[in-house]
Design a protein around this ligand. Structure first.
Ligand code: COA
Length: 183
């Protein structure tokens, strides 16, 4: 597998930030002023099940669509745990999710009870690439991670996406490994 672990360090840690404060998501979205005429940047909603969210994820990895009840159950589990924030971009004209990025917060004992943000499931719909949507979402993730007081961000980059991440200050960190139960 040609994946590299990519790291973004935040040296300006605000230790007062508490992850349970839900305003961080809305504040981050508001501060960045991402809106355009037909594109809505927001957190994922239950009805996104019907708005091609899984079709979008399938452009990145294996993402079989579960039945709606199973989707709702997982949606609630993610919301209750309150450590995973899934941002999406909706094309309001098409009523379709055309980009997404997930930020998972890992709570640590090390680094003075530090937090790490993991970026996952980051994909822009093929027809919307090279229009700076990826830039906006990665900036959103960086700002969100900074706002909640993470000391670094890590992600697994595809070889071909490495130059994209480097533009935003990410650096190659270490050789990542994975163990799959179902190969
Ligand atoms: C990688 C991805 C998220 C980039 O999103 P995007 O909206 O197309 O990128 P942007 O339009 O914001 O591009 C920003 C800059 O990065 C560059 N860039 C974008 N993708 C690149 C790539 N794969 N390799 C090198 N540079 C790239 C652009 O040319 C642009 O450069 P500029 O600022 O000098 O003009 C998108 O192509 C994608 O979804 N790819 C498939 C899934 C994927 O690889 N996800 C990442 C998993 S690790």
């Amino acid at each position: 597998m040609n994946e590299k672990k990519i790291l973004y360090e935040n040296r300006d840690i605000d230790k007062k930030c508490q992850i349970k404060n839900k305003n961080f998501v809305e504040e981050t979205l508001k501060t960045l002023n991402l809106e355009s005429e037909n594109l809505k940047f927001r957190q994922i909603e239950k009805e996104d099940y019907h708005k091609s969210y899984f079709e979008l994820l399938s452009q990145l990895t294996v993402a079989d669509k579960p039945d709606y009840d199973s989707w709702l159950q997982r949606f609630e589990e993610i919301a209750d745990a309150n450590l995973t924030k899934i941002f999406v971009v909706e094309d309001l004209n098409e009523k379709k999710i055309i980009a997404t990025i997930t930020c998972y917060t890992e709570l640590k004992f090390i680094r003075n009870l530090g937090k790490i943000c993991h970026i996952e499931d980051f994909v822009i719909e093929e027809n919307y690439r090279n229009q700076k949507l990826g830039s906006k979402l990665i900036n959103l993730a960086i700002n969100y991670a900074k706002n909640i007081g993470c000391y670094k961000i890590i992600l697994q980059s595809r070889e071909e996406a490495t130059p994209f991440y480097e533009k935003f200050g990410f650096t190659k960190n270490s050789q990542a490994m994975a163990y799959y139960f179902n190969k």
